[in-house]
Design a protein around this ligand. Sequence first.
Ligand SMILES: N[C@@H](CCC(=O)N[C@@H](CS)C(=O)NCC(=O)O)C(=O)O
Length: 228
Amino acid sequence: MHSGTQRTSAPTIPTITAFERSPDRGQGLSRDMRVRWALEEVGQPYNVRLLSFEAMKQPAHLALHPFGQIPTFEQGDLVLFETGAIVLHVAQHHAGLLPDDANARARAIAWMFAALNTVEPPILELVTVRILERDKPWSSERLPLVQDRIRERLVPLSTRLGDAEWLDGAFTIGDLMMVSVLLRLKPSGMLGEFPALSAYVARAEARPAYRRAFDAQLAVFNATQPRK
Ligand SMILES: N[C@@H](CCC(=O)N[C@@H](CS)C(=O)NCC(=O)O)C(=O)O
């Protein structure tokens, strides 16, 4: 909860941005999902402003997000971009996603950075090879190299997790971000090589807050589908 700042009015409900029509067809892989999930975990209601690809590159949105991407987070005078920063902000202002103990809190933040800086980059490369570079003549040659780079991250991650429920004690933003990143591997089937990590992801997906966030973003996709 907030401390140290005097509020003259009730805190406003935050607004996040998301794709009007998500390229993943509502599978929960767009990055607004992480922010929705964090907000659901802490019980903070939120509004969503949907954007077309075109609108994301217009000055109005570029004023909020320098790279013209989603998601953004607006609350009162604060405008944030980057999911790591948004999720950390949410966790720092509500109970539930960071431990009280200072060292455990620092470790949870370290796991969040590990998800974003160490595990996500090779996973994004796989998405690039499988989708954006699919038609390139060297794509099939590059694929195994990228898959091996992912394994170099998942083997030690799986070893560290062992048979624990979460990465470091209770569920934290470290788990929320790590699972969000690992979920991007689902379409490739690679997660299946790591039973402990598959079970870890499944445990997170079973959380009621995850389900609510998933259903909310799927409802957006379904609502924007042309009627047959
Ligand atoms: N590092 C950024 C990445 C944001 C990002 O890549 N968003 C994607 C949607 S999942 C996007 O807006 N893509 C469209 C584009 O880059 O033009 C974050 O974590 O917020």
